[in-house]
Design a protein around this ligand. Structure first.
Ligand code: NOJ
Ligand code: CA
Length: 569
């Protein structure tokens, strides 16, 4: 056996040694969707105590950090991405004391904590929005949001014809305090998510307060929602939807990715750097490729999500191109790459990879296709999904991802090989994209179904009651308990991979190796850690080296199709 595993690991401080300010660069970050992770009090909703009760599971999984999707008080119009109070915990999910206990338990297990910050919009239940409605037009309270008079006679038409990201108009009319129909407010997402006015210093100051509030409570980093939309040019005359669409996105688009948004992040950076170790941040910014590094720079948020691997087909050339490009971008920003295969917004990767190409459907885009959303749009035809093939490819892609330099963002349940739940009854759905399409887009609930911990019980061990989204019978086969310690299970593979990744972690570089096949990718890290993925369907011979881990059984010493192997060479 090679001595690779005896070498000291780089950038790992799980031993309890001095805090490493670069911990995030090659971290494995596990995304928790709190309402669907574990329910400690039997009300069907996941909660913070549920997370605390599963710290042992998270530690055994071998992750470096958790990222929690919003757990703040919320009107729940968008799964918590409509925040009613940025500095509290939703009483349905717990209390600030529960939060402190959870952070202490995670830290004691060597796991860092990243929380979600939603700065583009609040909930319509936020105290500031209620104050804005009560105070009326022209008030300082309305200046915290984006209010405009309507067009047409009596202002009865919205100020523009813009549509929201979730469908339907991007403006909603309010009733004034005297009971008359009044102004309109902008919401790029649901009507329950009014956009903040980031030109207002009060808004800026309040978010600095929020960042300090959670940093003081021991939070290690932040995931920044819709980071590219905060600053807007809403000077008159406002453009039409067609003009907006046609406007190039090079820094002066009225809404998306304006250059001055970085002034905000420079200010945030000063807050992050006032802590030891500095707090980290990762931007969710769907911007043009060449504009990403600025979000990821050391003067800005420090990291930006790259979703290119997530939208790539399971295909050697596609994966290689994404990796090469992403590593270049990361080098340009001085950051590390961020790899993502699944999250709470897209069809789970086991399902995406198990789908045949579906006929295009009205309203579905190329991006829908790539995110597997076309399947959801098409009404979840279960018989078109090859579950086993999807899981096999997902495992191979995951091992490929976990061997790459940079950080890997994993989504709860992928370690159980979970598929998207396609057949949620319409009356059980929660996602606003379903209600606003209406009903055409089945929405994102299928990847947010509460986790199966045990093969039996009212909600497969999620809690003592029926879960808030219905769980399918096949969840029993994927339960954590069933896979725990089982040779060849997806959970066992994730645990082995994450444990090895700690020991093998090395400088953030890779060298592509010649494989002689268009279907096979191989790369070597500076310490000899080698990853080979066969994207094709026929077995290929393995080069010399000790086998450290495989995504599935080898075939008489050969690497079968849709499989990955890690070698020490
Ligand atoms: C991105 C989040 O990931 C998504 O879940 C949410 O609906 C939108 N931002 C709006 O906050
Ligand atoms: Ca609960």
């Amino acid at each position: 056996m090679s001595d690779l595993l005896d070498r000291p690991a780089v950038a790992s401080d799980r031993s309890g040694a001095a805090p490493d300010p670069t911990w995030w660069r090659q971290a494995a970050v596990y995304q928790i969707y709190p309402r669907s992770f574990a329910d400690s009090n039997g009300d069907g909703i996941g909660d913070l105590r549920g997370i605390t009760s599963r710290v042992g599971y998270l530690a055994a999984l071998g992750i470096d950090a958790v990222w929690l999707s919003p757990f703040y008080p919320s009107g729940l119009a968008d799964g918590g991405y409509d925040v009613a109070d940025y500095r509290d915990v939703d009483p349905r999910i717990g209390t600030l004391e529960d939060f402190d206990e959870m952070v202490a338990a995670l830290h004691a297990a060597g796991i860092r904590v990243v929380v979600d910050i939603v700065p583009n919009h609040s909930s319509d239940e936020h105290a500031w929005f209620a104050a804005a409605l009560a105070a009326g037009p022209g008030s300082a309270e309305r200046e915290r949001y984006i209010f405009r008079d309507g067009a047409g006679p009596d202002g009865a038409e919205p100020p523009t014809d813009w549509t929201s990201m979730f469908g339907g108009p991007a403006w909603t009319r309010v009733t004034e305090p005297d009971g008359t129909p009044g102004q309109w407010y902008l919401h790029l997402f649901a009507p329950e998510q009014p956009d903040f006015n980031w030109a207002n210093p009060e808004v800026r100051a309040d978010f600095l307060h929020t960042l300090r509030f959670w940093s003081d409570r021991g939070v290690d980093g932040f995931r920044v929602d819709v980071a590219h939309a905060l600053t807007k040019d809403l000077s008159d005359p406002l453009p039409t939807a067609a003009e907006l669409d046609a406007h190039p996105r090079g820094g002066d688009h009225p809404i998306w990715d304006r250059d001055e948004v970085h002034e905000i992040y420079a200010e945030w950076r000063r807050v992050f750097d006032s802590y030891d170790p500095p707090r980290t941040a990762v931007a969710e910014a769907w911007v043009e490729r060449h504009r990403r590094p600025r979000y990821a720079s050391a003067e800005g948020l420090g990291q930006a999500f790259e979703f290119d691997l997530l939208v790539a087909d399971f295909d050697a050339a596609a994966f290689r191109e994404v990796v090469t490009d992403s590593l270049e971008l990361a080098a340009e920003s001085g950051s590390s790459s961020t790899w993502v295969l699944s999250n709470h917004d897209v069809v789970r990767h086991a399902t995406r990879y198990g789908l045949p190409p579906l006929p295009a459907r009205a309203g579905s885009t190329e991006s829908d296709e790539k995110q597997g959303r076309a399947w959801v749009l098409a009404g979840a035809p279960e018989d078109s999904l090859d579950r086993a093939a999807g899981e096999r490819k997902a495992r191979a892609a995951t091992l490929f991802e976990l061997a790459l330099p940079g950080s890997a963002y994993l989504y709860q349940g992928e370690e159980l090989g979970l598929h998207e739940v396609g057949d949620i009854p319409d009356d059980a759905r929660q996602d606003p994209t379903f209600f606003r399409s209406p009903g055409v887009d089945k929405g994102r609930d299928g990847c947010r179904v509460p986790l199966p911990w045990t093969a039996e019980g009212p909600s497969f061990g999620f809690g003592d009651a029926t879960a808030h989204l219905p769980q399918p019978a096949w969840f029993a086969d994927h339960a954590a308990e069933v896979q725990d310690g089982a040779e060849g299970s997806t959970l066992s593979m994730y645990r082995a991979a994450l444990e090895l990744r700690h020991r093998l972690r090395t400088a953030e570089r890779l060298e592509w190796l010649d494989t002689g096949s268009d279907d096979v990718l191989a790369f070597r890290r500076p310490n000899g850690w080698t990853c080979i993925t066969n994207f094709g369907s026929s077995p290929v011979p393995l080069p010399a080296g000790d086998v450290l881990l495989t995504s599935g059984p080898l075939d008489e010493g050969m690497l079968p199709g849709a499989s990955t192997v890690w070698l020490a060479s």
